[in-house]
Design a protein around this ligand. Structure first.
Ligand SMILES: C[S@@+](CC[C@H](N)C(=O)[O-])C[C@H]1O[C@@H](n2cnc3c(N)ncnc32)[C@H](O)[C@@H]1O
Length: 371
């Protein structure tokens, strides 16, 4: 991706990316997109409503919500500049006539911010999922706080925190995701508030302290016998990246700072394993941790949950879904793991206390929320 967001080109003014949101809002794109469930951003679910889009909006819905290739001659005249500006920002491809967002990318409004991302069903590369939105809604950035967003992806949590906090630093390992997050920062005109750094976890901010550390780390349990995943690998229990973050929190949190993490843990039905793991970490790193288990799925049951997880992983690593499923079954058998818990963690400096808030109910259909 390249960044040329100068306000002038060969002496002539060029509309900057920061004007896009206003231009789209003026044409009503937000009105269409905010009609759908914000907890569940799935372009596939929007398809039946494609024909209801008024003509004046159709070309924009096709381009930004459905990722379709459009003929730029159909763009409203005042938006003609996007055919050069979006490719410059590295989010689209233009051949002189046809314009299309890069594979999987969509442009979505989420809670007042707009972001380029790959929502569920469109790809994994610049991930935005139900967990991203769930964490965003749970974090409580204080006015004037300094925030660290670890594993920031396309930047949703950082963008959200910018409405409250004084300064936000986002850290992301993947270079493309870093560049996309920087585009999203410009899109929302937050250049003065959010810095996006490339690196591994706390490494780019070593020696600095923050009032709030938020993280949606890789949290998918993946058996050790399978190859690495670029986005979601959370180790055999799903908690590997989460534990790395807990280890780094004591140095990165200000004296009254808080860490807010989302996680999932593959283990037993009673969360004994989860509790023991967190007690060990809380004691080792002098933290107090409140863990809220919102829901739990019995993955050993034959209800398709494990199969769905295995086939998503198989797609990403390019392996036979049956072999991946067999690897999960063998790993779970050896570790006597039967359930996947979905949880949020709040950690602060302390003396090793762990409080487990068990909110799950047998008939709840939700994953990250009670529904
Ligand atoms: C589940 S996605 C979350 C993205 C975003 N925060 C959200 O909620 O939509 C996890 C992100 O962590 C990044 N990541 C994985 N390992 C990392 C590491 N060691 N340091 C920094 N980022 C990492 C991945 O590239 C990916 O973008």
């Amino acid at each position: 991706m390249h960044h040329y967001f100068d306000a002038t080109e060969r002496g002539r003014p060029v509309p900057v990316l920061g004007n896009l949101v206003e231009a789209l809002a003026d044409r009503g794109l937000g009105e269409f997109l905010t009609s759908f469930n914000p907890l569940h951003p799935r372009p596939l679910d929007w398809r039946p409503y494609r024909d209801r889009v008024p003509d004046r909006l159709r070309i924009l819905v096709e381009l930004f919500a459905f990722g379709a290739e459009i003929d730029v001659r159909q763009l409203p005249q005042e938006l003609g500049w996007i055919s050069t500006e979006l490719p410059r920002a590295g989010v689209a491809i233009f051949d002189g006539r046809k314009l299309q967002l890069k594979v999987g990318l969509r442009l979505l409004p989420v809670a007042g911010r707009w972001l380029f991302c790959t929502p569920p069903g469109t790809g994994l590369s610049h991930y935005l999922g139900d967990d991203s939105v769930a964490l965003m809604l749970r974090i409580q950035p204080r006015a004037e706080a300094t925030v660290l967003d670890l594993c920031s992806g396309s930047g949703l949590q950082a963008l959200h925190c910018a409405g409250f906090a004084r300064r936000i630093t986002a850290v992301e390992r993947n270079r493309d995701a870093v560049e996309l997050a920087q585009v999203n920062v410009m899109l929302n005109r937050l250049e003065g508030k959010i810095d996006v750094l490339q690196g591994d976890m706390f490494e780019p901010v070593e020696g600095r302290q923050f009032d709030l550390v938020v993280a949606n780390p890789p949290l998918l349990p993946v058996p050790d016998s399978l190859p690495d995943l670029s986005i979601g690998h959370g180790g055999y229990d799903g908690m590997r990246a989460c534990c790395r973050i807990l280890e780094g929190l004591p140095a990165a949190l200000s004296p009254s700072g808080r860490g807010h993490l989302i996680a999932s843990c593959l283990a037993d039905a009673d969360n004994h394993y989860l509790r023991d793991l967190l007690v060990t970490n809380a004691k080792a790193h002098h933290l107090d941790i409140v863990v809220t288990v919102v829901s739990m799925k019995e993955v050993a049951a034959k209800d398709g949950y494990l199969e769905a997880m295995a086939s998503a992983v198989a797609r990403e690593i390019g392996q036979d879904p049956n072999l991946v499923l067999a690897a999960y079954r063998e790993d779970m058998r050896q570790r006597k793991a039967t359930h996947l818990s979905f949880l949020f963690l709040m950690a602060r400096h302390g003396s090793g206390r762990v409080e487990l808030l068990d909110m799950r109910t047998a008939d709840d259909q939700g994953v990250w929320h009670i529904v």
